[in-house]
Write a protein that binds this ligand. Structure first.
Ligand SMILES: Nc1ncnc2c1ncn2[C@@H]1O[C@H](COP(=O)(O)OP(=O)(O)OP(=O)(O)O)[C@@H](O)[C@H]1O
Ligand SMILES: [Mg+2]
Length: 430
């Protein structure tokens, strides 16, 4: 509800400040007769003190006073935050123009000349009080408005923080979902090399035993004097039975395969560690080609039955970015590409640098994206996959991450021919 000014004189207190007691009385009586409450002061210092303690609604201020004159009192009233809003009327018998200029400089709101005219005093008083009340209402409104703005701002801040934390959670969830999706494949990936390493080591163990037996027989041949010929015949027979020549041939290959298998496990685990680290918010200088290689490594199992991966990597500068988040983008795009391919196709990953930008394109020879859904694929939860197969968050999160890097993501697609997602991020000097 808007407050209306009352203009009830009784509710207004007016200070009358004049060292001339006659003028003081005359002014005070004129106001009191018309229902105003008045307080009388004979010097500026006391009036100033009283105004600070209990601000009046108006001050009638004589200019010519000993000690502090009216201009000075007016200036001090207007200087202080607590009393600035009180209208001040200067009362004088000085030269009209000089006084008015000086009074205006001191911040006076109006002027009354001696000798007094009662009607003029009352009219000016009423007008100033009316203006003050409007001013007070306005001030009150402003304060309320400011309070509302502050409240709304704080509500918005809370909402923003909530949204941000939901967004961070979604990002983490998507990452976990991607890892979950790829985990079975990764386990298979790890099992495969572990399988042949284990089997090779088993063979190596048996081979070792046979070699030991063989060497033992040879030792006997050398030490058994007089029976050398017969024993050597035994040794050669044993060499055949134990397939020693084959063992010697197979040995280096088994070892090389085992070393390769161990290396593959190391790489898979490294890619996985790089991706699943929880400090994904960390910025680092990274080689985008290497990020892409890690992403391909993680998504390998999802891709290998669907597509041949073609790499067309250009020379790229290291750039300051969030490497794990970019890895997440690449995995999402690669997995989407694989899902779009029905039986077998190609996924081409190309990178290039041009004029301060790095371009990463992932093309597939899949089904393509129909025109009518092309605008919707970046929406959160938009998916054409059956329930349980896709959350529909992949591309929306990709877009978020790329925008956060100051980049862009675009899609070009042709039904039945394939789709190309192009990501563009600025090169940021580490
Ligand atoms: N390379 C592509 N070829 C054809 N359609 C695609 C391709 N990439 C995305 N789409 C379409 O865009 C939709 C949204 O993709 P998005 O990655 O956001 O979610 P999703 O793959 O369905 O689920 P998920 O959250 O598991 O990634 C997909 O359901 C699919 O219809
Ligand atoms: Mg997806």
């Amino acid at each position: 509800m808007t407050e209306q000014p009352t203009f009830n004189n009784v509710s207004h207190t007016i200070f009358v400040v004049d060292d001339d007691l006659f003028s003081q009385q005359l002014l005070g009586d004129t106001l009191a007769r018309n229902g105003y409450a008045t307080r009388h002061f004979s010097d500026g210092t006391t009036a100033l003190q009283a105004a600070r303690e209990e601000p009046p609604d108006l001050v009638l201020l004589d200019v010519m006073m000993p000690d502090l004159d009216g201009f000075e009192v007016c200036r001090l009233l207007k200087e202080s935050e607590a009393t600035r809003h009180i209208p001040v009327v200067l009362v004088t018998c000085l030269n009209e123009k000089v006084m008015k200029l000086q009074g205006m400089a001191a911040g006076a709101d109006d002027f009354i000349s001696k000798p007094f005219d009662a009607t003029e005093i009352l009219l000016r008083t009423r007008n100033l009080l009316r203006m003050k009340e409007y001013g007070d209402i306005l001030k009150d409104h402003n304060e309320r408005l400011e309070l509302q703005v502050r409240e709304r701002t704080s509500e918005l801040e809370t909402a923003y923080n909530e949204l941000k934390s939901i967004h961070d959670r979604l990002l983490q969830q998507d990452k976990m979902a991607t890892i979950g999706l790829l985990m079975a494949g990764i386990a298979h990936e790890i099992n495969n090399p572990v399988g042949f390493i284990t089997s090779n080591l088993g063979s190596l163990k048996k081979y070792g035993e046979r070699l030991a037996e063989f060497i033992f027989e040879q030792d006997k041949a050398i030490t058994a004097d007089g029976q050398v010929v017969r024993i050597m015949e035994n040794v050669f027979a044993l060499r055949n039975t134990l397939k020693i020549d084959h063992i010697l041939e197979d040995f280096p290959q088994l070892l090389a395969e085992s070393a390769d298998g161990a290396d593959r496990i190391r790489k898979i685990v490294q890619d996985l560690k790089c991706f699943s680290r929880t400090d994904g918010a960390e910025q680092a200088s990274a080689d985008i080609n290497q990020c892409m290689e890690s992403a391909i490594g993680i998504a390998h199992n999802e891709l290998k039955y669907k597509a041949t991966i073609m790499r067309e990597f250009g020379d790229l500068s290291h750039t300051l970015c969030y490497p794990q988040q970019l890895g997440q983008v690449f995995i999402n795009l690669l997995v989407n590409a694989a899902h779009a391919i029905d039986t077998r196709g190609e996924i081409t990953v190309s990178t290039r640098q041009d004029n301060g930008w790095i371009f990463i394109a992932i093309s597939d020879t899949g089904c393509g994206i129909p025109e009518d859904i092309r605008l919707r694929i970046f929406e959160p939860f938009f998916t054409t996959k059956e329930a349980g197969k896709g959350t529909g968050l992949g591309l929306s999160i990709c877009q978020d991450i790329i925008l956060k890097h100051g980049g862009e993501i675009e899609v070009v697609s042709e039904i039945g021919a394939g789709t190309t997602f192009t990501v563009k991020i600025p090169v940021v000097e580490p």
